[in-house]
Design a protein. Structure first.
Lengths: 143, 434
C-alpha cells in the first residue's frame, strides 16, 4: 500500500534543480509527481518516479544526497470537500500529516494526493477502513 | 610615564642576571612540586642544577596547551589548592577547557603588570577606565579591572555586550580610557553614530586593544574615527592574561614584553630550535614569578619576532612584532579562541557523527562572523525540512554554549567542501588580519 518517494537535498544555488532534471532525463526516468519545499538556505525536492532504484543510483552518482521514504498515494474525489473528508478521518485518529502534494490524473475524475504521515501504517489502516482508495506504489510509478 | 621605572628600564645585563636567578629558583620549585615537570625533566635527562646560564634554557622540555588539558583541572599546580585564590579558564568543550590558577601574589603581580600596561598606554590614576572585556572565566575583564584599580584610576566594569547601553555609559560616565577588542571599538563607534553620538567628541583618549590580531590599517582607522590613541596589548591566559606585553604610547611600535616576569624565546616551530634575536618564529614563554601554575617553555603558537633595539620610551624590555599568524589552526573570532577540533567534537556530540565541515570566517562591517558549513550526507539527511532546520539549530546552540561564539550554520551539498589528501582544509579565513 505504501509508495516510495525519493527526496533530494538541494543547495539554494542556480542550476541545481536543472542538474537533477538533466540526470533523470538522461537515465530515461519519468517523474510522476513532485514537490519542492524550500527554506532560505536549501530546498528538499521530493519525487515519485517511474524507477526509484535507478533514479536514486543516478542521482547519488551525480553527487546528490538522496533519501527514501514511504508515502501513501490517496485517491481523492476531484470535487470540493474531497480533501476535507480525508483529513477529517485522519485527525480524528490523531494522525499527523508531515507534508503533502497533489496531482490530477488525466485518466480519471480523481486527484492523487501524496501524503507523508508520522504514523504511516496506522494512516493506511484508517483510510482503508473508511473505504478510501489508496493507489499502490507499482501502479503509481507507471501511471 | 613608567609605572615601575626601576624594573622597566633595567639595563639588559642586570635584567638577565635577575632572570637567571629567578629561572634557577623556578626549576627547583617545579621539579619539587609538579609531578608533570619532574617527569618531563627526567625524560629529557635534565636536572634543575643543570641550569647555570640562560643559554641552558634550551635543554628544558617544552610545555604545550595539550599538557594543560591532559592535567585538567588542577594537575599542574605547584602549590596546595588552598593557596589558589583565583581560577580562570578558556572556553572549550567539557574536559578540554584550559584552566589557570593564581595565588594571592600571582593576582597582585598580574595587577601590577596590568597597571604598568595602562601607564605605558598613557593612562594615569586620574583617568576613568571603561573595561569592556568580558568578565568571568575569561581573563580579559578581571585582568584589566585589577590593573586599573591598582593604578588608582576610576574603574568601570562594563564587560561585554549591550552595545547601545555601553555607548550611553561612554557618554555619561566620561571614560577617558577604554579596554576592549579592536574590532569592538569600531562597532561601538558605529552604534554610537546611530544614536547621534560621535565618539570623537567624547573625552575618550586612549584605547587598550587586545585579544585578537589587528593591522596597522585598523589602528589608523580606529584612531581617526574615535579620536584616540590605539595601543596594542598582548597576553594569553595560560601565561597570565592581558598585560604580558604592552605597546608604549611614545612609539606604538610593538608590545614591550614584561621580561622581569617572563623569559622569552623565539623558536622554529618545526625544528623547535631557538632562533637568534630578530628572527621570526614561535614565541615561547617561561614564567619566572608565577607561584600557582608556573610554566616552563610554554609554546604560545604565536608567530612573531623580537626587537631589542632601544625604544624612545626608555624601557629596556624587548618589543614583539604584531602577531603574524599561528603555528596551529586556532582561530580568534571576536576575541574568542576557537579550534576547528572543538567544532568537530561539537558536531560529533550533536549528531553522533562527523560529517565533512568547513569554517568560513569573514569580517562583516567591523565584526568577525563564523559560518560552519556542514555537508548533508545520507546519514543526516531527512525528507522533512523541520528536521534539517532543527539540526542546524542544535549545532548552533551547542557551539554557542560550549565556545561562546554565535556561528551561522549552513547545510551544503555533499562534496561541495574541498577534500585534500593530507589534513583537510577546515578553515577558510577571508579576513585580512596580518
Amino acid at each position: 500500500m505504501k509508495a516510495e518517494q525519493i527526496s533530494i537535498f538541494l543547495e539554494n544555488r542556480a542550476g541545481r534543480l536543472e542538474e537533477v532534471a538533466r540526470l533523470l532525463a538522461e537515465a530515461k526516468i519519468n517523474i510522476r509527481a513532485l514537490s519542492l519545499a524550500d527554506t532560505s538556505d536549501f530546498g528538499i525536492l521530493r519525487l515519485i518516479v517511474s524507477d526509484h532504484e535507478k533514479a536514486k543510483k543516478t542521482l547519488k552518482d551525480g553527487g546528490f544526497t538522496v533519501g527514501r521514504n514511504a508515502v501513501v498515494a490517496v485517491e481523492v474525489p476531484d470535487t470540493p470537500g474531497g480533501l476535507h473528508s480525508i483529513l477529517k478521518m485522519l485527525s480524528a485518529q490523531g494522525i499527523n500529516v508531515e507534508y503533502m502534494y497533489a496531482f490530477v490524473q488525466q485518466s480519471s475524475k480523481a486527484a492523487t494526493i501524496i501524503f507523508r504521515f508520522d504514523r504511516t501504517d496506522q494512516a493506511i489502516e484508517v483510510l482503508t477502513k473508511n473505504g478510501i482508495t489508496i493507489i499502490p506504489g507499482q501502479t503509481l510509478y507507471s501511471m | 610615564m613608567i609605572f615601575d621605572d626601576d624594573m622597566e628600564t633595567l639595563p639588559r645585563e642586570e635584567l638577565e642576571a635577575l632572570q637567571l636567578r629567578r629561572l634557577k629558583s623556578l626549576v627547583d620549585r617545579v621539579y619539587a612540586n609538579v609531578p608533570f615537570y619532574r617527569k618531563s625533566f627526567d625524560d629529557a635527562g635534565v636536572r634543575p642544577s643543570d641550569v647555570q646560564s640562560l643559554a641552558d634554557l634550551r635543554y628544558l622540555p617544552f610545555t604545550e596547551k595539550q599538557d594543560l588539558r591532559n592535567h585538567y583541572p588542577y594537575g599542574l599546580f605547584a602549590v596546595p589548592k588552598d593557596n589558589v585564590v583565583r581560577i580562570h579558564a578558556s572556553s572549550g568543550t567539557t574536559g578540554k577547557a584550559t584552566v589557570v590558577g593564581y595565588t594571592k601574589r600571582d593576582v597582585e603581580n598580574w595587577a601590577t603588570l596590568m597597571a604598568r600596561s595602562l601607564v605605558a598606554a598613557g593612562a594615569t590614576k586620574q583617568d576613568i577606565i571603561h573595561v569592556a572585556y568580558g568578565y568571568g572565566l575569561f581573563t580579559g575583564g578581571l585582568g584589566a579591572h585589577y590593573g586599573a584599580e591598582r593604578l588608582g584610576a576610576t574603574t568601570i566594569p562594563v564587560s561585554g555586550g549591550s552595545t547601545k547601553r555601553q555607548v550611553i555609559l561612554l557618554r555619561d560616565f566620561g571614560a577617558t580610557v577604554i579596554c576592549c577588542t579592536p574590532s569592538y571599538s569600531l562597532f561601538l563607534y558605529e552604534t554610537a553614530l546611530e544614536s547621534g553620538i560621535d565618539i570623537k567628541e567624547l573625552p575618550l583618549r586612549v584605547g587598550v586593544f587586545g585579544a585578537e590580531p589587528w593591522t596597522e590599517e585598523m589602528r589608523r582607522d580606529i584612531e581617526t574615527k574615535l579620536g584616540i590613541k590605539a595601543i596594542d596589548i598582548y597576553g594569553l591566559s595560560e601565561i597570565m592574561g592581558p598585560g604580558v606585553g604592552i605597546e608604549c604610547i611614545e612609539a606604538q611600535a610593538g608590545a614591550h614584553l614584561q621580561e622581569d616576569h617572563f623569559l622569552l624565546e623565539i623558536i622554529d616551530p618545526v625544528t623547535k630550535e631557538p632562533l637568534p634575536p630578530g628572527e621570526t618564529g614561535e614565541l615561547v614563554i617561561t614564567t619566572l614569578c608565577k607561584e600557582a601554575q608556573p610554566l616552563i617553555r610554554y609554546r604560545t603558537r604565536d608567530i612573531t619576532s623580537l626587537n631589542l633595539t632601544p625604544c624612545r620610551c626608555g624601557r629596556t624590555f624587548a618589543r614583539m612584532h604584531r602577531v603574524m599568524g599561528r603555528s596551529d589552526d586556532m582561530l580568534i573570532i571576536r576575541g574568542v579562541n576557537v579550534f576547528p577540533s572543538q567544532i568537530e567534537s561539537i558536531l560529533l556530540e550533536t549528531q553522533g557523527l562527523t560529517p565533512h565541515y568547513q569554517l568560513l570566517v569573514k569580517r562583516e562591517g567591523n565584526l568577525d562572523t563564523l559560518e560552519v558549513q556542514v555537508e548533508v550526507d545520507e546519514k543526516i539527511f531527512s525528507d522533512e525540512i523541520k528536521n534539517l532546520q532543527r539540526l542546524g539549530g542544535k549545532i548552533q546552540k551547542h557551539i554557542k554554549e560550549f565556545l561562546g561564539v554565535t556561528a551561522a550554520v549552513k547545510l551544503v551539498e555533499p562534496r561541495s567542501i574541498q577534500r585534500s589528501e593530507g589534513k583537510a582544509k577546515r578553515i577558510v579565513d577571508m579576513r585580512n588580519t596580518s
